[in-house]
Write a protein that binds this ligand. Sequence first.
Ligand code: COA
Length: 207
Amino acid sequence: MKIHKSSDVQTSKIGKGTTIWQYCVVLSGAKIGKDCNICANCFIENDVEIGDKVTIKNGVSIFDSIHIQSNVLVGPNVTFTNDLYPRSMRGLKKSKKTYSRTTILEGASIGGGSTILPGIKIGRNAIIGAGSLVTKDIADNAIVFGESARLQRYLNKAEMETIQQQMAVAKRSERANALKEVKRLCKEFGFTAGMLKGALANGRKKK
Ligand SMILES: CC(C)(COP(=O)(O)OP(=O)(O)OC[C@H]1O[C@@H](n2cnc3c(N)ncnc32)[C@H](O)[C@@H]1OP(=O)(O)O)[C@@H](O)C(=O)NCCC(=O)NCCS
């Protein structure tokens, strides 16, 4: 995990391998997964969950009730919203507000400068074109763009295959990295493969 010293990161729930670059603010309730890349000038509020291997490009604010699953890309300056009929509550009696949940499903990408209205679900692998205004749920594998972003087409076979290949490569490299880490730890603590197998077998017996 790497957090640039200019960032104010208050949560401890950040996965291994995640990088948070310059001038970000992350509040204490936020949960961020493994191997994410949070670029400069981002703000992440409390009720926010971010999966693994997510890329958040520069200048994105992620407010309460926004949940982002693994392998999602959020383009630069995307605007998430969580209150459909907002009012400034300054000077009024505070009551706890509940927001409708926005979920960005696994593998989706949101083009730069898009705005996502509250309570929206963006489907798996969907692509939101740059500068879109998303007012309705978006289906899995859909490519949408434009104001009140409408379905243009679905991902074609070749595009789907590319995504599957990328996922397979990512899985393989994840396994290889895990194995490398086990080997490194064994070396550091003087374990042999036989000792490790024995410990694992004992653990299984105890269960
Ligand atoms: C939407 C997108 C994925 C392309 O999808 P596509 O189905 O392959 O679309 P095409 O490139 O074939 O373009 C089809 C038409 O839509 C238009 N179009 C493409 N993207 C558009 C967008 N975001 N908004 C409005 N119109 C768009 C094209 O100009 C073209 O118009 P024409 O038929 O009048 O010539 C791509 O344009 C896009 O917006 N990608 C996101 C880029 C981005 O923000 N990346 C962020 C990370 S840096």
